[in-house]
Design a binder for this molecule. Sequence first.
Ligand SMILES: Nc1ncnc2c1ncn2[C@@H]1O[C@H](COP(=O)(O)OP(=O)(O)OP(=O)(O)O)[C@@H](O)[C@H]1O
Ligand SMILES: [Mg+2]
Length: 502
Amino acid sequence: MTATSPALELRGITKRFGDLVANDGVDFDVRGGEVHALLGENGAGKTTVMRIAYGLTQADAGEVLVHGQRIDLRSPRDAIAAGIGMVTQHFALVAPMTVAENLALGRATGLRLDLDDARRRVADAADRFGMRVDPAARVENLSVGQQQRVEILKALSRDCRVLILDEPTAVLVPGEVDALFATLRSLVADGLAVVFISHKLAEVRAISDRVSVLRRGRLVATVDGDTNERELASMMVGRPSFGVERPSDAGPELREPVLRISDLHAAGSHGLEALASVTLDVGAGEIVGVAGVSGNGQTELVDVLSGMRAPSSGSIVVGDTDLTGADPTRMMAAGIGRIPEDRHASLVGDLSVAYNLVLERLDDFRAGGRIDGRRIREHAVALIERFDIRAGPDDPVASLSGGNIQKVLLARVLSRDPRVVVVSQPTRGLDIGATEYVRSQLLERRAAGAAILLVSEDLDELLALADRLVVLYEGRIVGEMPTTGVDVDRLGMLMAGRGEAA
Ligand SMILES: Nc1ncnc2c1ncn2[C@@H]1O[C@H](COP(=O)(O)OP(=O)(O)OP(=O)(O)O)[C@@H](O)[C@H]1O
Ligand SMILES: [Mg+2]
C-alpha cells in the first residue's frame, strides 16, 4: 500500500452477456478524498462495471485493485472486507425492522445483534456527517431519502473507504439531493472515495472532482468535474445535444376540451381523502402539467384517470363519453393511454419485448382463437424501429436498460394513437438521449391533437413541455398558470402550500 495508489482501481474490465459487450476494457480509479462520477447513457455499462467492483458479478477479463493490491472478488462479502460499499438503486433494507436493527444486521458476526453499537454509530454519523436518522424508526416508515441515508450508514458502519452510489438522486426530491450532496462532501473531506453514477449533467458537475464517461461499454474519457455540460453531453451520446423545445404557439387560444374532470374526490391508500374537488379540462393539442411535491394526490389522480382506482364522487368525461368509475379496459377503449410512474409494474420482465408490446390487447392478435406469434413479432419489429428501442423483439424486458424499458412502454401506449395521454414522471432515470426522445414523442402526440396530462416532479420538464400548469397540494388544485413567463417563486410557494388559496 502506498499513499499514491487509488483507493479503488479497475483495469481493463471486460464483461459480456452473450453477444453483448457490456464493458469493454474499462479502466477507472477513484482516490480517497474525491468524488469520481461515472456518466453514461442508459445501457452504457455503468451499473455492470460497479457491480463487478462490488463482487456482485464477475468480469470476463481485467482486474480490481484496492490501494494498489490486486484482490479477488467472488461476492460482496469480499468487497466489504476490502472496504468497498455500494448503495444500489433497489435498497436491501429489512422494512419491518428499525434503523438500528438493520445496521446491526449488516455487521452481525454471530447470532447476537449489537444494537447499542448500532445506535452509537448512528449518533456518530449524525455528528460527523450531519446525517440525521432516528435509530428507533422502522424502515418502512421512512421516506426514500431517509432509507438511502440508512443504506449509506450501513456501508459506513462496515468501515468502507470506497462508497459506490448507483444513481442515488434518481429517487430523491430536490431538497433531498442537497442533503445527500452535503453528506457526500463531508464524507470525502473525511478521506472517503466516492463513486457517483448518474446521467444528470448538472448534478455531476455540482458534486464531482472528476468525471469518467462510458459509451456503449467503452470508457470515452476521464475529465475534470467542472467540464461544461455541453462537452459532457456530447461525449456521452457521441454527438452534440440540442435539447427538445416545445413549438411556441401564437398565444392562448381556446382548445376544444377532450378530457373533462369535474369535482373529483378520491380516497387514498390510507382511507384519507387524496383528491378533493379536482376540476380540470385538458384540450386537444394541449399539455397540462401537474406540478407538486410528491404525495399530494398525483398518484391517485393518475390511478383514477386510468381506472385503477374508483373516485368517491365527481366525474370524468372524454369527448362525449362519461367514464366515471370505468375499469382500465373501458378507459383504454375510450382512448385514454396511460404511461405510469412504476414502469416495472406494468411490464412483465420475463416476457419478451414483443409480448410486452401487446399485453393489453392480446385479443387483437388472435386468429381463430389462437395467439398469432408471427404477427406479434412483426408488430414488435416495426415499433422497435419507430421508437428506437435498442433491443430485439425476443429479448426479455428484464434484460433491457432503464431507457429502453421506458421506450417499450411508450411504444405500447402511443402506437394506439390515444386521444388522451396520462403520463407520470416520463423521463425519471433516463439519460439525455432517451429523455429527448421521450419528450419529442409526447410533443408529437400533442401536435397530432392528443390531450396530455403530464405529472412530473421535474419543474424543468414541466416548463419545457407543458402549455399550462396546475399545482396540486394536499389533493387540491391550489393554483394554475401558463408556462410562458412563469413566476417560479409563486410556483414554489404554491407547491409548498403557501399560496393564496392555502
Ligand atoms: N444480467 C444481464 N443479462 C443480460 N444483459 C445484461 C445484464 N445486465 C446488464 N445487461 C446489459 O448490459 C448493458 C449495460 O447495462 P448496465 O445496466 O450496466 O447499463 P447502465 O449504464 O447502468 O444503464 P442505466 O443508466 O439504464 O442504468 C445493457 O445493454 C444491458 O441490457
Ligand atoms: Mg444502471
